[in-house]
Structure formats: structure tokens, C-alpha cells
Ligand binder design. Sequence first.
Ligand code: AMP
Length: 572
Amino acid sequence: MSFTTLGLREELLKAIKELGFEKPMPIQQKGIPPLLKGEQDFIGLAQTGTGKTGAYGLALLQRLDLDNPKPQVAVICPTRELCLQIADDLRGFAKHLPRVTVVPIYGGASIVQQLHQLHRGAQIVVATPGRLLDMIKRKAANLSKVSCVVLDEADEMLNMGFKEDLDAILESMPKEKRTWLFSATMARGVAEIAKHYLSNPLEVTVGGKNQSAENITHVCHVLHEKHRYQGLKRIIDFAPEIYGLVFCRTRSETQAVAEDLMQDGYLAETLHGDLSQAQRDSVMRKFRQKTIRILVATDVAARGLDVDDITHVIHYRLPDDAAIYTHRSGRTARAGKSGMSIALVNLREIYRINEMEKRSNIVFQRRKIPNGKAICEKQLFSLVEKIVQTDAGSAEIEEYLPAVMETLSAFDKKDLIKRFVSAEFTRFLDYYRHAGDINVDFRSERSDRGDRSDSPRYPSRNERSYSSARPPARSHRAPESENSQRFMLRFSGRMNHVNKGAIIRMVCEKSGIASQLITGMDLQQDHALFSVDKRVATQVLKSVQHAKLDGKTVQIEAVMDEKASHKRHPRD
Ligand code: AMP
């Protein structure tokens, strides 16, 4: 199928050609014709990297009334990065149309300039929910005449606690508009939004519901906790051309892993919630330019991170939620390419791989971490390939060649090759010379504990011996009392701009946990109560203490008896 059969106007086809898109991606093939007709609301279940911006962007540009300067379309997305990316993509598609005004509106940047841009006219507003709502309240963004709203990465917006803001935004728009919703997963909250705000939607799924992209290879390595960092290094060393993301669970771990990698000579940097916007922009610029090859990030900080060509996503620690795993791994294998998603797990975590397989239809290949010999071989051949590919005609070295030739003239060809390769290669040879096997032999570990399974490999999903060995399954949303810890967050004074979403975002940003682990939020004037999964309780307590909310410091404490705590701390 080609773009010309989709019914797009000449100007758009010309821009597509210039962008180098040869044929429409599946979501574009299936989505563009019905979106152009505009007869129905639309749900597109598609990962990032599947071309969904093109699907809705081309359709909404064709439907735009070019003579009307008022806001006609709002695209709402979770993060500043994504917002800027979408606005850029739309401008690229609209290159040959008479002037189309696209204005990105996002938090964390000067509101004055954005107000000015809105004032000058915006046919398409691309926005993050919090700032957009602010603009609506200030009457700076008038969305009362929009004919179409796109919710991009709806599941991420809900994960970030934007439900209330989204509700308020959608309520402010005309009832008869079209709503196009895109999400990687049909999580419960997304289904609720769809039920509430979409009427008779057409649903198009690319790559299977709640399923990871097809061209991702999912791999799991089992090791002892003490070998986790070594395991990471081996994976990186085994992939000489790696351009990867490493996910950790907390800011401090992210920082520590990145620092260790840098110290060990890798082109690595860290991305987490403590970085200022300028630091974040600088890290992202270096990563996009590939002067950094490995970015170590928390889930929260990596939201909206939209980079092509990622070869590896490494889960230094697994997330709590299969949906987050899907999001993480969806950063690779974009635009039809292939990629690897690699999880490092210790013995106590293996059962979670099984759980994940059940919940998300992902099948992990249980592979051994490469040993020193395999890594050295891989590096050696990569070096040889690099030498073959090197352009030897550079004029700059020409003037030094006679002297170099003179010095090396005593060696024959074979000797020379050996010396060059050894010089380049010594780092790996030295490091891995005495490196042992860090794989955990799952079978022998289990048999120490009385498991008599004879299976010589890590049992995969649906295998009885494996299921019997793992701890009893835990439901993700644990019952409040047993598996969760209640916290009280005290505010020092009146909070003017705090809603539940803002608290959830602050807790997630500070502690690096997923928003799904926060439940039962009760917001009062001077405090908020909420529960978190017990597994992350200490992490939350440590990282949220003295954090800032609405510009003021908060205090957090664990609540053992909620009634008693209410007595101690009466409401105003
Ligand atoms: P998206 O899912 O919209 O973020 O798109 C992911 C990447 O695919 C972006 O870099 C797009 O420029 C690229 N892309 C979108 N549509 C096509 C296409 N039809 N052919 C090739 N690349 C595409």
C-alpha cells in the first residue's frame, strides 16, 4: 500500500515524500482513511514509535479549515518533550500547506511567551494537561470551538495523575467534537475515559492489545544480586554498537549506576527527576547526537522520551507493573526496526518474569549472560569490522604518514595487525581475563532448597515445576491493609494549586515509583493521606521527606492507625 491510496491531499503527500516515508505504517494504513472521513470517534492502540503521530497528524491537517485562524484542534500529551516533538512533526507535515499555526503549550517554561503565542493565533494547540488547564482558566486558550481533540499516550497521562485535569479540559470542549484517543495499553483508566468521553468509537489495534511491539526480542538473565552491575557491563560490552536506555527504580540508583559506568569508561549519563530543565535538555541533546551512548533513567524521567534507533532497553531493575515494562521496552524497535529488551533479575525476582508473561503476552528468552571469552570475541570482530569500514583517505593524517611508516617499517604485516588489534583490545582482554561465569544455575539453586526438578534450563511460562517454585502470586493492587503502607503528607500552610494529581506526580518524581502503586488518596486542607505498595514504602518515606509541593516543604510520616493520627492532627 502507498500513501497515495489513502486519500491525502497533494501538499501532504509532497511533505511525506520529502520526509522520506516510503509507505504508510500499519496504524497509518488503518487509521488515516477513517480519521479523514471523521464520522466516528477513534481509539488507536499503538506503542510509541509505530507512526501514530503521522496517523492522526496527517488526518487532522487535511481536515483543518485553513482560512479559520481560531483553535480548531487540541492535541493533549503527557510531557514537554512529546509536546515539542508532536508540534515539530505537525509543522513538518504541514510544510507545503498555506501557513498553519501550531502552538506547543507545556509546563516548566515561561507562561508569558506561550500566552503571547496563543494570542497571536493557534489553529492547532499541542499541550500538556496541567498547563493547558491553566491557560483555559486564564481564558487564554479558548477551546470552545475545537472540532477535534487528540489524546496522545492517554495511559501515560493517567499514570502521571492527570485524570482530574483531563476531565476538566474535556468538559470545557464542545460535545459535538471528534475525540481520537491513542494509548499503548487499554488500561482500566483508559477504558473509563473512552467510555465517558467517546461515542461509538472505531477501535484500531496495532501489534496486539496490551502487547509489546512484535520486533522486540525480550531476554531475561538471572544472576545473584551482587553481580547485577557486572551483568549490566557484560551486556553492554557484548553489544559494541549499543545505543541504549538503562532503567533503574530510584534516582539514587540511577545516579550510582551512571557514575559507575562513566568511571568505567562508558559514554553514559543519567536522567532523573532532580535534574533542572537545562541539565535535562543538555543530557537529551548529547544522547540524541549519540555522544552519549547509554542513558540511565528512572521511569518518570524517561516519560515522553522519544528517540529513534535505540538498540537496547535494559531493565537494571524490573518495574512493578507489566504496563510499565511495555512502555519501557517500546522505546526500542521504533519505526519498523528491531530491538532488544533485557531484564536482569535475581532469584527472588524470577517469578515476576512469569507474572509479566501471563499479563502481557510477552515471552522472555531465558539466556545466559555472555562470558568473558564471548565478549572479547564480539569486541574483537567489531574492531576488525570498524577497521574495514574506516575511511583511510583522510587528508589530515597524510602529513604524518611518512614518519609513522618509518617507525613501523621494521614489522611485517602480520605482526603489525597483531600489535594494532592488541593495543585497541587490551582493555577488554585484561578486564575479562579472569572473569568467571556470573549466571545463576537456577536448577541447582532450587535443588538446594529441595526442588527436584530435572529441567536443565530456566523453566519458561506455563511450566509446572517453575510455577510451583515461585512465591504465591500477588495481585498488583494489593488490599490496602495487608500489602500497603499508609502515609500522611503534612503541608506547611495553605496549598493553592495542589490537587491529587500534583501529589501523585511529586511522589512519583521524588521516589521513582510508578503511579499505580499509590492508592486511596484522601486530600484535605492541610494534609493528604495515601497508601503505597509496601515494597516501595521505605523508598517513598526517604525520598519524599522535605520535598517541595506548590513551592512549600512537606513532611511525610507513616500512619499506623489512621483514626489516631486524625485525632493528633485535627483538620482546620
Ligand atoms: P511516532 O510513533 O509517531 O512517534 O513515529 C515514530 C517514528 O517513525 C518517527 O521518527 C517518524 O518520523 C517515523 N515515521 C512515521 N511514519 C513513518 C513512515 N510511514 N515511514 C517511515 N518512518 C515513519
